[in-house]
Design a protein around this ligand. Structure first.
Ligand SMILES: C[S@@+](CC[C@H](N)C(=O)[O-])C[C@H]1O[C@@H](n2cnc3c(N)ncnc32)[C@H](O)[C@@H]1O
Length: 194
């Protein structure tokens, strides 16, 4: 598994004194997503955090919903040793049984087109009910992020590129949420993106 980039220095740079997102900010997002699934009457019994890095989502679930079965994975040896994840490359691995909620944020832009396509297929296989997904796009790199605080040495692609692949297995609900086709959430027409 190649992961030289994601060493101690990388984590100190992006998750040190001035992290891109604080633990508290992620807690707001995790609360919102968990409650959205509750609104959709979709119980969260298992959670998979992919490319977990510091592991904020997994930690939030372990603290606030200790009965939920949490698995966190990362390809980086440093992240796995320091933050306690299973070492998995999402381009080469999918779990045998799907998880109710899968989280994958800021991972896909590190993979080239071919590898990312495989990884998105594995994320689909890994999800029973809902995926929370984000990745830096070419638009984001130009318009939405603080460029000095963001790692721009990545594979930038359009949102359409991601939508085409994720739409094979999901309906986009918006705000990062992708509802698995054939799962137990039924969205009203205006709750979803076309
Ligand atoms: C920018 S960090 C994001 C960490 C966390 N998801 C977050 O949003 O804060 C990118 C993470 O993706 C992990 N990663 C990169 N390629 C991966 C792969 N193929 N499989 C699993 N994890 C990967 C890196 O080791 C790193 O921890």
């Amino acid at each position: 598994m190649r992961n030289e980039k994601f060493d101690r220095n990388y984590f100190e740079q992006y998750y040190g004194k001035q992290p891109v997102h604080t633990v508290n900010e992620v807690a707001h997002l995790a609360t919102a997503v968990h409650e959205m699934l509750a609104w959709w009457a979709a119980p969260v019994r298992s959670v998979l955090e992919v490319g977990a890095g510091r592991g904020d989502w997994g930690n939030w679930y372990r603290t606030f919903h200790p009965r939920v079965r949490v698995t966190s994975t990362d390809v980086s040896e440093h992240a796995c040793t320091t933050f306690g994840h299973d070492r998995r490359d999402i381009a080469q691995w999918a779990p045998k049984r799907p998880f109710d909620l899968v989280i994958c944020t800021d991972v896909m832009q590190y993979l080239d087109d071919r590898v990312a396509t495989r990884a998105l297929r594995n994320l689909t296989t890994a999800t029973r009910t809902c995926l929370y997904f984000d990745a830096l796009t070419s638009f984001d790199a130009k318009h939405t992020v603080e460029r000095e605080a963001t790692d721009l040495n990545v594979h930038l692609r359009s949102a359409t590129w991601y939508r085409e692949r994720l739409s094979r297995g999901f309906v986009q609900a918006g705000a990062g949420l992708w509802v698995r086709k054939g799962g137990n959430i039924v969205l009203h027409e205006l709750e979803r993106h076309h």
